[in-house]
Design a protein around this ligand. Structure first.
Ligand code: P6P
Length: 325
């Protein structure tokens, strides 16, 4: 019986990564809090109807969207694990209107912006969903308040997402390094399965809601037509699932602004910024169609943005078409 090879665990990886990067003390505790929370969320997602966690809470969130019971449960789980990590000073969350300020002096803490469960419209039909996290370092000596969370994406020191699909995969990005870990559900341990992720040079797919085509402005319609002519369409309707496939196989995701959504649909702080960071560290790009996502100076915690995300050259070509090139 061959001895199973030892796969580096997420815990081992983050400790080494923090040592190599330096000045990332406590980041390993934050990442493990995300991992621990995602194990608990995964159990609920997999149980779903059996555990009577489907359906809606009857509330609407700050976005004005109907809150799925799993949205609320996931938000509560990650707020708990991150708060208990001992290294998180504040949390911004899609499901919570105001920032969660962690009491006590988390001197060298981190600020985490999260979408605890993205794609919740897919929960009831057993389609892949995900969790998204952007991580900023608290400014030294800063007393954290609401404005502390309004940091541009180019100041992130790490970002991560978890996709709850046919397997549960956590992808962690730090400077120049993107690595994927798969959850062993029996042990609750994430082990390395996708080391040194770089988005493939060849773009294979484009992901967009073609149903919105009728409400796009003309330059954006031309950009989508450009993509349609060159690539195969794949659209799950779950940002994390669409992005994860494009990151591994080569592709571009586009949710531009339209007549009904002047600022786009997706959120800057806890969707576009974290995934834009992952994309850039894997050799890709993220744009609004007019500027780099990570350069946006945020004005509000829940502000939205148009998003074009994936292969760097295809993002650049798409931006060129949108701008009349
Ligand atoms: P549409 C899911 O609700 C979500 O926020 C993203 O995960 C996804 O990319 C997008 O909305 C899908 O939006 O308008 O195509 O249903």
């Amino acid at each position: 019986m061959p001895v199973a090879e030892h796969r580096t665990t997420l815990q081992e990886y983050v400790i080494l990564e923090c040592q190599e990067k330096g000045q990332h003390d406590g980041l390993d505790a934050v990442i493990m809090a995300i991992a621990d929370g995602s194990c608990r969320v995964q159990q609920q997602v997999q149980q779903a109807a059996l555990a009577d966690v489907l359906g809606v809470t009857g509330e609407t969130n700050v976005q004005g969207e109907i809150v799925q019971r799993l949205d609320k449960a996931s938000s509560d789980i990650f707020v708990e694990t991150l708060s208990q990590s001992g290294h998180v000073a504040a949390i911004g969350c899609e499901e919570i209107e105001k920032p969660v300020i962690i009491e006590g002096d988390v001197a060298d803490g981190y600020i985490v912006l999260m979408d605890p469960l993205d794609g919740s419209s897919n929960i009831d039909v057993a389609v892949s969903i995900g969790s998204i996290f952007g991580i900023w370092r608290k400014k030294p000596g800063e007393t954290v308040n609401e404005d502390s969370l309004l940091r541009p994406g180019n100041e992130q020191i790490a970002a991560a997402y978890v996709v709850y699909g046919s397997s549960t995969v956590l992808v962690l990005a730090t400077k120049n390094n993107v690595c994927g870990f798969t959850l062993d559900c029996a042990s609750g341990v994430f082990a390395v399965t996708h080391p040194h992720i770089k988005i493939p040079a060849e773009c294979a797919y484009y992901s967009t809601n073609e149903g919105n085509n009728k409400v796009l402005d003309e330059p954006t319609k031309k950009a989508i037509a450009f993509l349609r002519d060159k690539y195969s369409q794949r659209y799950v309707g779950s940002l994390v699932a669409d992005f994860h496939r494009n990151l591994l196989k080569g592709g571009i995701f586009a949710y531009p602004a339209d007549q009904n959504r002047k600022d786009g649909r997706l959120r800057l702080m806890y969707e576009a910024n974290p995934l834009g960071y992952v994309a850039e560290q894997a050799g890709g790009a993220a744009s609004t169609g007019y500027q780099r996502i990570l350069d946006i100076v945020p004005q509000q915690l829940h502000q939205r943005t148009p998003l074009i995300l994936g292969n760097k050259d295809v993002v650049e070509q798409t931006v060129l078409v949108i701008n009349g090139g």
